[in-house]
Ligand binder design. Structure first.
Ligand SMILES: [Zn+2]
Length: 429
């Protein structure tokens, strides 16, 4: 092989420039002006005025770095850098810009700007690539406004239909359908437009970790091997409501104490599981009648179980249900469980994981494999393409909070890995 050939190969294989921390910092700070709660975290619910203004900012930025911008009727934005052979299936990156109430300015946003910076680097370095590259903004990843998560990526994957848009409403009563109309979209064509008709070659999303594994390991980047999916149950305990003073301890059929024991059972099973990663959470509980001097007769609570392995969740659930039976009999209460969803996790594509690891080694960036506890748009995209994710550390593992913080240098290192991995994927036959 001649030196000329080696040079050409090098040009195709890796970028001659590094991600600009300055760009990333500027864009993240500027986007934060579109915020309902300045000074008290970032609040930008999907399809609100602030969200629409933030989209305009991102559109303009995409155009200014030379991307071709399009939008669909879920409000998903696509900033495309055309490849040499646009007939090949494209490679996607991107994330979301909506936030939870009083959330942070990095969750989702870091991934959108990392994607724009990556495509800017690829374009400016003149690196040839066969496939189109697209950085996407997926609408409404957070479920806080309409009670449904990943609106944009869910539509793309075919898991959201016109009837669902009418069924999901915010607390004020406005439906998702109406909010889309108000924002200028045409939701009536939803079922014709989605699922996305374009086959996608691969998708690679950068996101903040929202946990403290990378920080504890003192590493700037994690390569995600799997994204946990939730299993959600609603549990109801029926006991006997009675007087807190008049009912002796042995005569009680206390619905709350049974619910508490079931909650602790869930914690113990998750702790004792030999799963690579599993969590069990009781996040919501309602006591009836909820009075200080009355033994609760009825308790309703939520159960959230997450893992990358469906079989590990199944194994935990089996023990959970048999434990509930034992508690039910011993405490003389009645327990019902309703399974709301039992989703299968996404295992990241081995090839993408391998490629990202190789890129990290070439760039001399230390990385580790990591599992994502939270879901992301990539969980939905796993239905239609091979997915991968890159994590950057969250200070103290905090997210969905105004204290959320990630170092720009770490986002830039993640962007270097993102850009070079995207380029390799875009040059695959
Ligand atoms: Zn997010």
């Amino acid at each position: 092989m001649s030196l000329f050939n080696i040079c050409i190969l090098k040009e195709v294989d890796s970028l001659d420039q590094k991600a600009s921390a300055k760009n990333l910092e500027k864009w993240i700070e500027e986007l934060d002006q579109f915020n309902q709660t300045p000074g008290n975290g970032t609040t930008r619910p999907v399809y609100t005025k602030e969200d629409m203004e933030a989209r305009r900012y991102v559109r303009d930025l995409m155009s200014s770095v030379g991307l071709e911008v399009t939008e669909d009727n879920a409000g998903n934005l696509f900033g495309v850098l055309p490849g040499e052979d646009p007939s090949l299936d494209p490679v996607w990156t991107g994330s979301h810009i909506d936030t939870v109430p009083n959330g942070g300015k990095y969750d989702g946003i870091a991934g959108v700007f990392a994607g724009i910076e990556a495509l800017r680097m690829i374009k400016e370095s003149g690196a040839p690539h066969k496939r189109n590259l697209s950085v996407n903004v997926y609408s409404g990843e957070e479920m806080s406004r309409f009670g449904v998560c990943c609106i944009g990526s869910r539509a793309i994957s075919g898991r959201l239909h016109l009837e669902d848009l009418k069924a999901h409403s915010e607390p004020s009563g406005k439906s998702l359908y109406e909010a889309l109309k108000d924002a200028g979209y045409q939701p009536d064509s939803f079922d014709q437009e989605f699922p996305c008709k374009t086959p996608v070659y691969a998708s690679l999303e950068l996101h903040i970790e929202q946990n403290d594994v990378l920080e504890k390991a003192e590493l700037p980047v994690g390569i995600v091997t799997g994204i946990c999916a939730p299993t959600n149950l609603v549990v109801e305990v029926f006991g006997v409501q009675s007087h807190a003073g008049g009912t002796s301890m042995t005569a009680r059929r206390d619905a709350y104490m049974a619910a508490a024991e079931i909650s602790l059972l869930l914690e113990r099973l998750a702790l004792e599981s030999d799963s690579m990663y599993i969590t069990g959470t009781v996040g919501e509980m309602a006591l009836e009648p909820n009075a200080a001097n009355v033994i609760p007769g009825h308790v309703t609570f939520s159960v959230d179980i997450r893992s990358v392995a469906l079989e590990d969740k199944d194994a935990l659930l089996e023990k959970f249900f048999s434990g509930i039976k034992e508690i039910e009999e011993r405490r003389k209460v009645r327990v019902t469980t309703e399974m709301m969803n039992h989703d299968k996790a996404v295992i990241c594509d081995k090839h993408i994981v391998e490629l990202a690891r190789e890129v990290a080694t070439d760039l001399d960036i230390p990385v580790m494999d990591i599992v994502s506890g939270p879901y992301h748009d990539s969980l939905m995209l796993g239905d239609i393409t091979n997915v991968g994710m890159i994590f950057v550390p969250s200070k103290d593992g905090i997210s969905h909070n105004k204290a959320e913080w990630t170092s720009i240098e770490d986002i830039a290192r993640g962007t270097d890995i993102l850009a070079n991995t995207l380029l390799k994927l875009a040059n695959e036959a």
